[in-house]
Design a protein around this ligand. Sequence first.
Ligand code: DAH
Length: 339
Amino acid sequence: MKEKLEQILAQALDEIQAAEAKEALEAARVRYLGKKGELAAIWKGMGQLSAQERPVIGQIANEVRGKIEAAIEEAGQRAAEYEMERKLRRERLDVTLPGKKIPIGKKHPLTTVLDEVTDIFVGMGYSVAEGPEVELVHYNFDMLNAPKTHPSREPSDTFYISDDIVLRTQTSPMQARVMEKTQPPIRIIAPGRVFRNDEADATHSPMFHQIEGLVIDKNVTMGDLKSTLETFAKTLYGEETSIRLRPSYFPFTEPSAEMDISCFKCHGKGCPMCKYEGWIEVLGCGMVHPNVLRACGIDPEEYSGFAFGVGLERITLFRYKIDDLRLLFENDERFLKQF
Ligand code: DAH
């Protein structure tokens, strides 16, 4: 039995020595020290030994157990180091590899110009109002004093969702929405998408953007409108820019006007950009019609105001001298990267 124990010890130590991973050590522990292990078998056989032999063998068996435990303990530390090394090797980071390039996006030209326009007006004390793109006929036309027979109401011009709901054709309904809710003084711009039943070409798109402006207070005059628009034009297109107002018609303003700016390319001399006029049309504007004020619960005897509506695409095309509106909506990176 003594030889058997020595043999078990030698075999166990060999096995523990050879084990690299924790799993192999655990297997050795179960095989030699476990309840059904080799040493347990020896203890079971002790009953057959004589009374003199029993303590001797018992002592040797205990020593063998102690040595195997110590060997496993020591090998356990080795295995942990081995594990760590293997992990480090697996997770090694080569800091000399070139990094992955993350392309950085930039603002769309429409966003850049809208941000600039917003800054100009916020700088003059305006706040920004936003409203629905799917709009009631009530706000898009009725509240804006548009005659029931106005051609812009036709389905050939306007996208109808139902008889009384449209995709807004202008940001002007925001005038009524704001005036209904707010007592003067009012100073807002309202940028947003608008929709019209138009074929897309170099100057038209069924979806585009407008920026509406509205000022209501006591004693607001056309002079205020003109100086405001002049500041706007000079900030956006340069100090040398002049403006002119031409009489026009919109149902919700009286008087109404179109604003032109002096051509930024030829400075008024005449060139293909301005079709040899020296002037370029930029926006519609006017003094808010008393009917509109009244419909919104504002007394036209006490208050007056002006409004304007700018096409964002139009001023962006001028700004960057782009000659086709469609380029703004194609999302071609080669085009957009240039701005
Ligand atoms: N809503 C008009 C359009 O889409 C533009 C416009 C004209 C807006 C005059 C205004 C304004 O606020 O006073 O053609």
